[in-house]
Design a protein around this ligand. Sequence first.
Ligand SMILES: [Zn+2]
Length: 365
Amino acid sequence: MSIVNDVTRCLESFAPTSYQESYDNSGLQIGDPLREVTGVLLAVDITEEVIDEAITLGVNLVISHHPLIFGGLKRIIGGNYIERVVAKAIKHDIAIYACHTNIDNVSAGVSFRMAEKLGLLGVKVLKPIGGVLSKLVTFVPHSHAEKVRAAIFEAGAGSIGLYDSCSFNLSGEGTFRASEQANPFVGEKGVLHTEPETRIETIFPKYLESAVISAMINAHPYEEVAYDIYPLANELASVGAGAVGNLGAPMNGTEFLGLVKSAFRMPVVRHTRLLDRKISRVALCGGSGSSLLNDARRAGADVFVSADFKYHQFFDTDNQILIADIGHFESEQFTLEIFYEILIKNFSNFAIRFTKVKTNPINYF
Ligand SMILES: [Zn+2]
């Protein structure tokens, strides 16, 4: 048996909620986290038809990319579709969970999946996120340094890019005097003690702080563990908005736009004037990515594939980069594949289905 919490935890180990943007509202929005999951329905957006589909299928967890409750909710009296969906979901014991900008921001998330659909190589995050890393410094008697390092690495500290177990270690002397009530690992009560110690420095993503600190304290021999946590201004290269990578072989503008139309299954793509050079470097961002246009230019992209550009933003290219506006829904449609792949690997005791409801509110004629 799996409960709602098992499923949301699994998704969050891939896309931690702490990586969502400050304006976002990812996470469990409706439902009992301890309830047994009878099945999962995946959708980009949640509409009343999606909830009806879940009821018909006997599925009690709906996972969406866009949060149903986003800008707050002051009453539930059926005044708009959000209030009606909330009421219907609660009435039918259906849990609703959203995984939004946190899955936009992780490598292997929304924009990386778009890059995969275009066959891009050497894909990197377009605009790495800042403020999500901390430094840990602790002081351990030499005999236990190895054990403490291993424990904090196991909890997720010390990963930098393709390397794990990263730390810096210095030898020095720690001093302390234990009170009469203390139970010191070394030294005598009431006597100033000097102990040769290793100063271990490493980094960790903030969301792992409690796991890393408790692993350190459990492995550390001292009754009172001395440690410092520093916030870091560093960016985390593997997390952030958008993606950028290269085509296997350069192609001209119309060829590229044809590739985009077929990869994203769309009848039409809005774009700026074609450049007088071939396309080889491609920046992408799922959803409303227009604010990343300058990041795409700085990354040396020939084209920026995203959605929701306004008329005047099409002028901002200065004919230096091609904009391909592929539509919001179209850019994020493959997010459901990511959810599916994560869940199918980890759960075999309930069905996982894609909604058959067309939730894209935009039509083309
Ligand atoms: Zn979106």
